[in-house]
Design a protein around this ligand. Structure first.
Ligand SMILES: C[S@@+](CC[C@H](N)C(=O)[O-])C[C@H]1O[C@@H](n2cnc3c(N)ncnc32)[C@H](O)[C@@H]1O
Length: 404
């Protein structure tokens, strides 16, 4: 591979914004990709993947390059040189790469690779939490998998097409996919491609959604005609899936504390041909209380640490803080306590997160079941999805039933 100056400069600019100005990697990369209309698919992939790689391996590369935060541009070029050297890419004779100690880089890589927190490039505190909660063996495998690049997975919108038809439509547009055993609506891209520019996407035939995330709506056991409340709907990944399982019949109330997220859901619902969703911003306890004892199904796709989806959001490793984790655990129990009241007798509730930590998952459900609000509920089943055993995102989901 030959390095192109303007692409490498874009990566360095992006890293400056992400590391020094606290910007989100996905947003920064979106902006970078708009820089030069002449860039082809390969150039764009280089900018996106290199930036993500250096974000993912920040701690390891900084140790090897012997640089400390806040990184100046020279520091970032040194980290870039580490990235290129470890990838076996020949460095051009640009001034930024003068005196790059290639052999020393490889030696330091071998040395640091012996210690998990360096090898997997994670803050000490995350390594400690993972170890404490999952144990040495599971955590070592899980965090290694969380550093792999995730596959692109689509969810067929069965309101508009079938999985087989979608596969053919995409094939005709040059995109090869394969079904995934055990995941009803999922198709995996054989090679990465920008699926958002396809007519199939614009026509609402699919959404991009990880395979583990696709298990949640199935778990909720919805039927056409039901009243379903999606309490933490966000931009509606699961709401749209629920709507397709309900064949657009019945009612879905999609709620969130952020109106901006629900606005995105509105756009997506239109594209998906979903007609049975009502949006409600949670700006007080009122909208929740109005729905007490009314819902056949309630989904709590709770806010969480995101420690199951680091493959997609590698910068979360650097943005997460122990205090946030403590606060979010409290919120998780609060939403379970409050939102469970919307379930009607004999109705069902799913509590889900995209975390692999038991303290955000089964421990929350256990605490809820032991509390007063939980006495009416029993656990039907739960599923702990780890990335290293499933090959997809880390997730947790529990199905609870309210007694009659
Ligand atoms: C895991 S995300 C939801 C993802 C979404 N369900 C999907 O499938 O695309 C959690 C959501 O909970 C929302 N949230 C945070 N605190 C909340 C609260 N107290 N009540 C309701 N929603 C909340 C966040 O804004 C965020 O959109």
């Amino acid at each position: 591979m030959r390095l192109h100056r303007n692409l490498c400069f874009s990566v360095i600019d992006g890293l400056t914004l992400i590391f020094n100005e606290g910007k989100y990697a996905d947003k920064v990369i979106q902006q970078l990709l708009k820089r030069d209309k002449r860039w082809g698919a390969r150039d764009r992939a280089f900018v996106a993947e290199t930036t993500y790689d250096i974000v993912r391996w920040k701690r390891l590369y900084a140790e090897i390059a012997e640089v400390k935060e806040p990184f100046n541009r020279d520091n970032l070029w040194r980290m870039f040189a580490v990235w290129a050297t470890l990838k076996g890419i020949k460095l051009p004779d640009w001034k930024y790469f003068e005196k790059t100690p290639t052999r020393k880089i490889k030696g330091r890589f071998d040395e640091f690779s012996k210690i998990r927190k360096f090898r997997e490039s994670i803050p000490d505190w995350i390594d400690n939490v993972g170890l404490e909660e999952l144990g040495e063996e599971k955590w070592t495998k899980e965090i290694a998998m969380q550093n792999e690049q995730a596959d692109v997975i689509l969810r067929t919108n069965t309101l508009k097409t079938t999985k087989e038809k979608l596969q053919n439509i995409l094939f005709d547009q040059g995109i090869e996919t394969e079904p995934i055993k055990g995941y009803n609506s999922a198709l995996k891209l054989v090679e990465r491609a920008n699926v958002f520019v396809t007519d199939a996407f614009k026509n609402g035939f699919f959404e991009v959604q990880d395979a583990s995330s696709q298990l949640v709506a199935d778990f909720l056991d919805v039927k056409p005609g039901m009243k379903v409340v999606d309490t933490c709907a966000g931009a509606g990944g699961k709401t749209l899936h629920i709507a397709s399982l309900m064949e657009n019949k019945g009612q879905i109330v999609a709620m969130d504390i952020y109106e901006s997220k629900l606005k995105k859901l509105k756009v997506r619902a239109r594209r998906n041909g979903v007609h049975n969703v009502e949006l409600k911003v949670i700006d007080s306890t009122k909208p929740i209380k109005k729905l007490y004892n009314k819902a056949d199904r309630v989904l709590i796709d709770a806010p969480c640490s995101g420690l199951g989806v680091l493959r997609r959001n590698p910068d979360a490793k650097w943005k997460l803080e122990p205090e946030f984790l403590d606060r979010i655990r409290e919120t998780q129990q609060e939403v379970l306590q409050q939102y469970s009241k919307m379930v009607k007798p004999n109705g069902k509730l799913v509590y889900a997160t995209c975390s692999v930590l038991p303290s955000e998952n089964q421990n929350q459900v256990e605490a809820f079941l032991k509390s007063e609000a939980g006495t009416n509920f029993s656990l039907v089943k739960d599923k702990k999805v780890l990335a290293h055993t499933s090959g997809f995102d880390g997730f947790y989901m529990a199905l609870l039933e309210r007694k009659g």
